[in-house]
Design a protein around this ligand. Structure first.
Ligand SMILES: NC(=O)c1ccc[n+]([C@@H]2O[C@H](COP(=O)([O-])OP(=O)(O)OC[C@H]3O[C@@H](n4cnc5c(N)ncnc54)[C@H](O)[C@@H]3O)[C@@H](O)[C@H]2O)c1
Length: 263
């Protein structure tokens, strides 16, 4: 038996990185998966799941558009009969934005629309179908950038701090419903989003220096986040609610002030 056997799960941002790894892991653990992304490559994720004997469908959708969100939630219920878990993971960095004090309202809106409002919409519509069943798990991707500054641009960091707060707020608005809401705060993970950083370091021969600030002294892999998402989505996490959990090699566990062995 898999850890999600008999469950139906949506994963957004499933065409790449953390979302793809999570969709594959959820399916390998027995979930029927609705893989959502605005990128066509979400079909490749579903192909890989099917090749592995899993069940999944691919949906093209914009996670920041309420009609799309309502549609992918309704499709999960229509195709597979229910919704047990959603991993609201789609996100953008904002790309090469100008320096902080030159940012415009449009720069902010672009990032907040996907990273924060998109997560709210996922929570809203997942809760709509989970509340009547008195159970469900909602998992969101925040970031270590939402805990402290310095790990992303201003709009990105604020959007992820917003996701952390939204997680606690939604968990409390869902009091008495049996629906849990939690967030994961990844550290530096090698994905499509961080590709420019990894490509640049590769060119300079410094890839092994990425992640040196955390006590494990390395960067992370999408599967290491997917395992936390799997746990939170599953019944193993039945008493975990309203939390944000860093999966960052220990990056946020300390102030970088005193010396450490092996630094
Ligand atoms: N990679 C890291 O180091 C890191 C660290 C902390 C948090 N995160 C977060 O992890 C999540 C996943 O990112 P990733 O690192 O796997 O990057 P990624 O770029 O590999 O994957 C993100 C996916 O989200 C999709 N997406 C973006 N906007 C969308 C939208 N509006 N509608 C539908 N799909 C959309 C993209 O097409 C892409 O497939 C994001 O929320 C990101 O902010 C990443």
């Amino acid at each position: 038996m898999g850890r999600l056997t008999g469950k139906v799960a949506i994963v957004t941002g499933a065409a790449s990185g953390i979302g793809r790894a999570s969709a594959k892991l959820f399916a390998a653990e027995g979930a029927k998966v609705v893989a959502v992304d605005r990128a066509d490559a979400v079909k490749d994720t579903v192909e890989a799941i099917k090749d592995n004997g899993g069940t999944a469908i691919a949906l093209s959708a914009d996670a920041s558009n309420e009609r799309d969100v309502a549609h992918f939630v309704d499709t999960a219920v229509g195709e597979f009969g229910a919704l047990d878990a959603i991993y609201a993971n789609a996100g953008i960095s904002g790309g090469n934005q100008p320096p902080f004090f030159e940012l415009t309202a449009d720069h902010w809106r672009q990032v907040l629309d996907v990273n924060l409002i998109g997560v709210f919409l996922a929570i809203k519509h997942a809760a709509r179908v989970m509340i009547p069943r008195k159970k469900g798990s909602i998992v969101c991707t925040a970031s270590v950038a939402g805990i402290r500054s310095g790990a992303g641009g201003g709009p990105y960091s604020a959007s992820k701090a917003g996701v952390i707060n939204l997680t606690t707020t939604a968990a409390n608005y869902l009091t008495g419903t049996g629906v849990r809401v939690n967030a994961i705060c990844p550290g530096i993970i090698e994905t499509g989003m961080t590709k420019p950083i990894f490509d640049y370091a590769e060119q300079r021969g410094t890839k092994d220096r990425i992640g040196q600030l955390n006590p494990l002294k390395r960067y992370g892999h999408p599967e290491e986040i997917a395992y936390m998402a799997l746990f939170l989505a599953s019944d193993e996490a039945s008493y975990v609610n309203g939390q944000h959990i860093a999966v960052d090699g220990g990056l946020t566990s300390s102030m970088p002030v005193t010396g450490r062995i092996g630094r």
